[in-house]
Design a protein around this ligand. Structure first.
Ligand SMILES: Nc1ncnc2c1ncn2[C@@H]1O[C@H](COP(=O)(O)OP(=O)(O)OP(=O)(O)O)[C@@H](O)[C@H]1O
Ligand SMILES: [Mg+2]
Length: 272
């Protein structure tokens, strides 16, 4: 990287506490423009907290966050204009059509009125939802709902797309279809992508680099190949995780498991 290249994400010594519980403990992460980076970790590791701080939805308590050189404390609105965000919990309105859902976001993102129709159509097209755009979202399959949320996140043509468990609760075919769209967008538009997932194989296949998080700390950051090589010649990414975190990815923290189950179930119910 040259000195003049501005990082898409430059997060330094981020600390986030809920009361006296430290959920994010001195996390530093640099993401270059165009990279796809996966934030991995068991339930309660602190992934969503990091993501919400990066999106500016949660203020920085301690540390520094810059997005494309913009300071998240002072240039919050400028950052938001550059970001597309798919939250862990569902963000669509099932009584509205797909198109209306995306229009809502176009208004929220302040896409100029004269461009709105075109941009909404473009986002729906990109997610291959044009055929069902005028049906109510309540009739969509789980994979279509997630693609609709991606369309919402894309309507302001973001430079950085942040996805918090975009495939949770989906069957393998729907998961593949969501990832295929993400990859295509990444390739077509050179977007930077930060995603969280519990699915190690997907992270391995999709991410240029992964950051392994556990108990609020980053345990290792690197390309999947590099991290695997360091552990053993035939290691999987799950082995890497076990090596660094000393635990299985599936292990639940008692604090997080109820929340997670509730949100996963809500996802499953809403999209069934
Ligand atoms: N609003 C909150 N108030 C108090 N504690 C919270 C709050 N949000 C998260 N936490 C706690 O902070 C820790 C990190 O939570 P976070 O949601 O960031 O983890 P995560 O890695 O995204 O987990 P998951 O895989 O379950 O989505 C957990 O122990 C969680 O219980
Ligand atoms: Mg989370």
């Amino acid at each position: 990287m040259t000195d003049s290249e501005v990082l898409a994400i430059d997060c330094r010594h981020l600390v986030h506490r809920y009361g006296d519980f430290t959920a994010v403990d001195d996390v530093s992460l640099a993401v270059r423009p165009g990279e796809t980076v996966g934030l991995l970790g068991p339930n309660g590791a602190g992934k969503t907290t990091v993501v919400r701080v990066l999106t500016t939805l949660t203020p920085v308590q301690r540390g520094e966050v810059k997005i494309f050189g913009l300071d998240s404390r002072r240039q919050t609105m400028d950052i938001r204009r550059n970001i597309g965000y798919v939250p862990q919990q569902l963000s669509i309105e099932s009584a509205l059509t797909g198109r209306q859902n995306v229009e809502l976001f176009a208004r929220l993102y302040d896409v100029p009125r004269s461009e709105r129709g075109h941009r909404v159509g473009e986002a729906l097209d990109a997610m291959q939802l044009a055929d069902v755009a005028d049906e109510v979202a309540g009739t969509y399959s789980g994979g279509m709902v997630r693609r609709l949320e991606l369309a919402q996140a894309l309507v302001n043509r973001p430079s950085l797309l942040i996805l918090d468990e975009p495939t949770v609760g989906l069957d393998p075919i729907a998961r593949d279809s969501v990832w295929a769209q993400v990859q295509r967008m990444q390739q077509d538009f050179g977007m930077t992508v930060l995603l969280t997932t519990h699915y190690m194989q997907e992270a391995d296949a999709l991410c240029d680099r992964v950051a392994l998080m556990h108990h609020g700390r980053l345990q290792a950051v690197g390309s999947p190949a590099e991290l695997k090589r360091k552990v053993s010649p035939d290691a999987s990414l799950e082995d890497v995780f076990r090596h660094y975190a000393g635990t299985d990815l599936a292990e639940d923290s008692s604090q997080a498991s109820f929340r997670t189950m509730r949100s996963t179930r809500r996802t499953a119910r809403r999209v069934s």
